[in-house]
Design a protein around this ligand. Sequence first.
Ligand SMILES: [Zn+2]
Length: 329
Amino acid sequence: MALMSDEYYMKMALGLAAEAASEGETPVGAVIVRSDGLIAGKGKNSREKNRNALCHAELIAIDEACKTLGGWRLRDCTLFVTLEPCPMCTGAIINSRIERVVFAAKDPKAGSVGSVTNLFEKEYNHCPETISGILEEESSSLLKNFFSELRRKNQKMSGVKLTEVKTSEQIKKVAAMADEIWHEWFPSIISEGQIDYMLEKFQSEKAISDQLANDGYRYFMIMNGGEHIGYTAVRPENDGRLFLSKIYIKKEHRGKGFGRAVFEFLKEMCRENGYSAIRLTVNKHNDDSIAVYKKCGFRIIGEGVTDIGGGYVMDDYFFQLDAEEQNGR
Ligand SMILES: [Zn+2]
């Protein structure tokens, strides 16, 4: 038995992570190696299978290593793990006296070796040596692929499909739906006069055609099982954000999670195109929409009054949802 390179053992951990992914688990793998090259323990994330929050790859590997070596002290051992350890696993590493920790990708959500906090820098009775970034790319892409596959499955299950508006026939359908939904939705918030003014200015066939041709807008019909249930419009901005201009769902289809499915679609669009966030504006009195946006993770980043002509103003909150990719499990 001889000790191999850090990459060698990280590849082994990545193999375990890939196994976890194929079992529907967030792909994280861990290997514990003694200084003479003995593989003392291996683990892969199995929280779903075991229905147990403790079943992180590191804890399983530590458990196995204690059994292999016949004691709780894992001095002289290195833990290789494909994702930055969480606070629970960092605690277990301290308690088992593991000498070295080598991890691949950072975890901005729960990583406790530098991302959220660094527990190895606190005044505990043990502090392992730490190395990060070994095969980081490989681990990150494993996680990214796993999550985007998961999102695709969820989108499929939600039954929602977005069809991009291209033809004049589709523009006509969207304008008709805008007319129907706006007259049903807005009377409690703005006057009929303002609704008609805004429909003509922003949601008539002519206005939509113009936005598509000249203003960089993209419109999508929200479809469910072949039925047209709503529409959404977005516009990429120069600062790298995606402006969500419109999202409307017909009354009888609200409260069924279709809005959330559309947000998932838009987040995916952000990831694919490198947009940093989705931003939107919403009327301050549009309580139901505000509640939906907050539930879907949007936060208020400002407010303002905009003059839209015709003697009308928009008194809005500005909301934003960050779209950055997370490694977190
Ligand atoms: Zn953990």
